[in-house]
Design a protein around this ligand. Structure first.
Ligand SMILES: [Zn+2]
Length: 405
């Protein structure tokens, strides 16, 4: 007995619409006959669904495919600008909001600095500003995606107690935004959101599992397994930044000692440079720090490393070594197909990926680790809004079609 016998007709129709919409989104442009063959549907059944999607403006005709004798078949593709989502990115230092289309293209970004307890007021102001200023038809806005530092309770849509962003603690951001803007809203931990963006908009095949490493000021991780964010119990999975690598190591923001975040993140690299300067290491980074109190930025440290500065090179190499070992441990646990790196440290110093890959492959247990692809994010130079957009777009594509249109 087929399981579909238990589903009512409406559910089947709804599922077929979504199947076709997803197929066009991923592999368009396509013809009706290709869709009918792929999903074992009748040609007229596909025709009906195509009419509904055309009427909703979600897809459009984009030309003709190759003829197999008769009239050439019409090609259909997404109408990429038919739907926009608000992408809200809550960072440790700033928040930003922008409108993102179905292709992942962001526009009208507005930003604000995070510096007070009134963060929710700032978020409202920012979104109001975005809606006021944009020339995009606001009727096309279908949802709000939010990415924020963890830990996060995705069931309640709540940011819990992020160690690097105390102002956001225990805010029911999802409910608050849904009530105020009357739009479906989804919240996700930042590294999970970026991982999802690689899969939703990037170069990851649906069957590939990925580990995403967000090396920025802090260090976060996201896991995509079977095309979905792997959350684990209580949403606790993916926190590679708090993998303990050296129990005698420096204190982490989370309270433990020797976490990967305390050894390989942007903050860790800066802290190590300052420590060595105070110990008297001779380096071109010393003068501005000692005499003018100017903090050595990651940008400056990388610049000096490229000029051959010994301290900068040593500290970056240390960070790379710990990260390589941490990733070897992660590979032993779930052996992903791809490991993708993002965040400011990766953007400024992509060379680190080469060293990390070599070390991780050397230390991983399975000989198959050699087949794992290491690369930088497809969106390394784009704004983080793409992660927040992926979170809500994936949710919308899973909802009944009437919710999207
Ligand atoms: Zn930690």
């Amino acid at each position: 007995m087929s399981i579909t016998r238990f589903a009512n007709n409406d559910t089947i129709k709804q599922n077929n619409r979504l199947l076709i919409l997803k197929e066009i989104r991923q592999n368009g442009p396509v013809t009706k006959i290709e869709l009918a063959n792929k999903f074992d549907l009748t040609f007229s059944g596909v025709g009906n669904i195509i009419s509904i999607l055309m009427e909703a403006d979600l897809i459009k005709e984009v030309g003709y495919g190759e003829s197999s004798g008769g009239r050439p078949p019409i090609l259909y593709n997404m109408n990429w600008d038919s739907i926009y989502v608000i992408a809200l990115v809550i960072g440790v230092e700033k928040i930003s909001a922008s409108l993102v289309n179905l292709k992942g293209e962001a526009s009208d970004e507005v930003t604000a600095i995070v510096n007070s307890d009134l963060i929710i007021e700032k978020i409202y102001n920012l979104i109001d500003q975005l809606l006021d200023r944009t020339t995009i038809d606001t009727k096309k806005i279908s949802g709000i995606g939010v990415s924020a530092p963890g830990p996060i309770d995705t069931t309640d849509g709540k940011v819990l107690t992020p160690p690097n962003l105390k102002a956001m603690s225990n805010i029911d951001i999802q409910d608050l935004l849904e009530d105020r803007y009357e739009l479906p809203t989804a919240l996700e931990r930042d590294a999970n959101a970026f991982a999802l963006a690689e899969q939703w908009f990037g170069r990851v095949e649906p069957e590939e599992d990925i580990l995403y490493i967000y090396n920025d000021q802090g260090l976060g991780g996201g896991l995509i397994i079977n095309s979905r964010i792997h959350r684990g119990l209580g949403n606790g999975a993916g926190e590679i930044g708090h993998m303990i690598i050296d129990i005698d190591g420096p204190k982490c923001n989370c309270g433990n000692f020797g976490c990967l975040e305390a050894l390989s993140s942007g903050i860790a690299i800066q802290r190590r440079v300052k420590e060595e300067i105070r110990r008297g290491f001779v380096t071109s980074l010393a003068d501005p720090y000692i005499h003018e109190g100017i903090e050595p930025t990651i940008n400056k440290i990388v610049e000096e490393a490229r000029e051959g500065d010994k301290l900068a090179l040593q500290v970056l190499h240390e960070a790379e070594r710990y990260l390589g070992l941490g990733i070897a441990n992660a590979i032993n646990l779930f052996s992903p197909n791809q490991i993708i790196f993002g965040g400011e440290v990766t953007k400024l110093y992509p060379e680190m990926i080469i060293g990390v890959e070599k070390l991780a492959k050397q230390h991983a247990f399975s000989p198959h680790a050699n087949q794992i692809t290491f690369s930088k994010s497809a969106f390394i130079h784009e704004s983080n809004s793409i992660g927040a957009a992926a979170v809500i777009q994936q949710k919308l594509f899973d909802l009944p079609l009437d919710t999207i249109i």
